[in-house]
Design a protein around this ligand. Structure first.
Ligand SMILES: [Zn+2]
Length: 645
């Protein structure tokens, strides 16, 4: 069992990552908290039966935002926003004054929600807070009507119910984080009271109702209820007084959202189980399964469910960037090339797969989860941000010739906008893991880790050099008692060279890690790790001529210029790339006899420019320049190409 190191103990010092954090926080603070709270205040004023004048005071004359914040899914943004602020408040990448500004915003919102929840006291809605639009008199008469409609199987997203449990998951997870990370006790009071409202509701479900409800996207309701249960259990065990005495109710309520039938189907490995399923509906269900195992280690089958699911998604539905899905859905097993379009790889999916992978590594110690996490963090998550505006993507096209489309500051409020806020305030997550006597360096990313006994400073920038320097310094009067586990990357091109205090060492390898024993470093050490990188390719099973190129941990994409970059609306007001700047994605090989020989000699045909992450393609009929995909945000791109000889 490994544990993610506390977010408060790690600071990312990589310049690009640090800029990403600051852009995200800057944009979040530009939003008006009263407009994010407006829907919640409106609902609360109706439940509390307050008069028009008091309602005006409560609303502070502010209206809800537009986009998805004006509809039946509204309020989801506030949940994400609270979680992202909670992460930012403790992020060492922010200065004390920046953290203070974030804290002030977070406290203001939590107090605002508390004020809303107070208005429900003594009513039949006790504990309920929600921010969705009250679209007609029926919703004004019953501000929880969406939940009733879901139970009756009514699911018109404009008139009956969008995904209220999905939204509820965002709200409850945000509150959990505000307590767990930022230490806001009011947030826990709100979460506990809301948790009891949820529990009263789920208790009334019979098997039929449960089946109907679970047929509609509900986010990770099981995950956040298990989390709330664990928060309370820990408080009780540690003698804290804030816990809710009835917290066992959350555990039972969480079970109501576990979908055993689906879990068993996935575990049985049936083919095409995920075909046509909405990807971002599915992933959190399995994070919830893992949460059940985390809350009760005797429930080993739930770990198996989560592991089988991960295997299925990563093995049969995932592109080289770590992303999955076409138009938000999974396709048939192993059909990937045929589904490359302008609407692949919804960002929420990679956000969730990354969350699942990190927790699966913690639960199992299997290195494959870290390999996937590295790939996805760099090539899907970092790739989802516009590095000038800080805005983020919904989809990332896999069809060659399209481009990334980003949200606007306050016009969209898509699901991926919310997960986007969260992504860049927790970039320090998943770099280091710890267990009894061991510290794992899971990611090679410039950062500083401060533990009780020692400080570890990692210096590197893999876009510039393959050398990683790790300095370990014990604190006054302490010694280093941890063995250091260095992840052996799958992309290594040759043998890694490791020097400890300027002496080459040959280290024992164990389950995908190089191990530096604590005896070697007990009084501190300078470790230098050289991780040779090279170009390599990655194919797609359903088309033997379709390939992507990579260098070290980086997926490369061809620069295709900024002509023909027009957008259109798709789904519910999502902007997508409409125009494609290439007629085809064929590359005809001229210098080699076969595709196989071309790939075998790839380093001769994809030539890295000295000191740059730019690669010139040679020996083909296309003059292309490839670069790291993560920072392509200005032009059209091509990751996959059909090679022909
Ligand atoms: Zn999304």
């Amino acid at each position: 069992m490994w544990e993610l190191t506390n977010l408060k103990s790690v600071e990312v010092t990589d310049r690009y990552f640090d800029e990403a954090l600051h852009l995200d926080v800057k944009n979040m603070l530009l939003l008006d908290p009263d407009r994010l709270l407006a829907g919640f205040r409106e609902t609360a004023s109706i439940i509390g039966g307050i008069d028009e004048n008091s309602k005006k005071i409560l609303m502070k004359g502010k209206k809800r935002y537009g986009g998805w914040e004006d509809g039946l899914i509204a309020g989801h943004t506030l949940g994400h926003y609270i979680k992202a602020l909670s992460q930012a408040q403790i992020n060492l990448g922010l200065s004390i004054s920046e953290q203070g500004e974030v804290k002030e915003r977070l406290d203001y919102l939590i107090d605002g929600l508390k004020e809303c929840q107070k208005l429900t006291c003594g009513t039949s809605y006790e504990g309920y807070i929600f921010g969705a639009s009250l679209i007609n008199q029926d919703f004004i008469d019953n501000p929880a009507l969406q939940f009733d409609n879901v139970e009756r199987g009514k699911q018109d997203i404009f008139t009956q119910a969008w995904v209220p449990w999905y939204t509820m998951h965002k709200i409850l997870s945000g509150l959990n984080a505000a307590f767990k990370l930022a230490g806001n006790k009011t947030a826990l009071e709100i979460a506990n009271s809301l948790g009891l409202w949820i529990s009263r509701r789920t208790k009334k479900w019979n098997t039929g109702t449960k089946r109907t409800v679970l047929g509609i996207e509900y986010g990770g309701m099981n995950d956040c209820l298990y989390e709330l249960y664990e928060i309370n259990k820990d408080l009780k065990n540690n003698g804290g007084e804030e816990y809710e005495p009835d917290f066992g109710e959350y555990f039972a309520a969480a079970h109501s959202f576990d979908e055993i039938e689906l879990f068993e189907d996935v575990l049985s490995g049936k083919s095409n189980v995920l075909n046509n399923m909405h990807a971002n509906t599915m992933i959190p269900k399995f994070i919830g399964a893992l949460a059940r195992y985390e809350a009760d280690r005797s429930e080993k089958r739930y770990l198996e469910y989560a592991e089988s699911y991960w295997e299925m998604v990563v093995g049969k539905h995932t592109y080289v960037t770590g992303g999955n899905s076409e138009n938000e859905h999974f396709g048939e097993d192993d059909v990937l090339d045929a589904e490359r379009t302008n609407v692949n790889n919804e960002t929420c999916n990679t956000y969730n797969m990354l969350k699942l992978s990190r927790r699966l590594f913690a639960a199992t110690g299997k290195k494959k989860y870290l390999d996937y996490s590295e790939k996805t963090l760099i090539n899907a998550i970092m790739a989802s941000q516009n590095h000038e505006s800080g805005f983020t993507t919904y989809f990332q096209p896999m069809a060659t010739g399209y481009f990334k489309v980003f949200n606007t500051l306050d016009g969209n409020f898509w699901c991926c906008t919310g997960t986007g806020y969260e992504n860049f305030t927790k970039l320090q997550c998943g770099i280091y893991y710890r267990t009894e006597g061991k510290l794992a360096v899971a990611l090679y990313l410039a950062s500083k880790l401060e533990l009780e006994d020692y400080v570890l400073i990692q210096e590197c920038d893999l876009t510039k050099s393959d050398v990683v320097r790790i300095n370990i310094e014990p604190k006054q009067g302490k010694t280093v008692k941890d063995d250091i586990y260095l992840r052996i990357p799958t992309w290594l091109n040759g043998k890694a060279l490791i020097r400890v205090d300027n002496t080459s060492v040959v280290l024992r390898e164990c389950e995908g890690f190089y191990i530096i024993k604590s005896e070697m470093i007990s009084s501190g050490a300078n470790i230098e790790v050289t991780l040779p990188m090279g170009t390599y390719y990655s194919g797609l099973v359903d088309n033997e001529s379709s390939f992507a190129f990579c260098y070290g941990p980086f997926v490369l994409s061809a620069r295709l210029g900024n002509k023909k970059m027009e957008c259109r609306s798709h789904g519910v007001n999502v902007s997508v790339a409409e125009s494609k700047c290439v007629d085809n994605d064929d590359i005809n090989i001229l210098d080699e006899k076969s595709v196989g020989e071309f790939l075998e000699n790839l380093d001769r045909h994809l030539v890295k420019r000295d000191g740059e992450m730019e690669f010139d393609l040679t020996g083909t009929d296309k003059n292309l320049v490839f670069t790291t995909h993560f920072n392509q945000y200005k032009e059209s791109y091509g990751i996959y190409w059909h090679l022909k000889a």
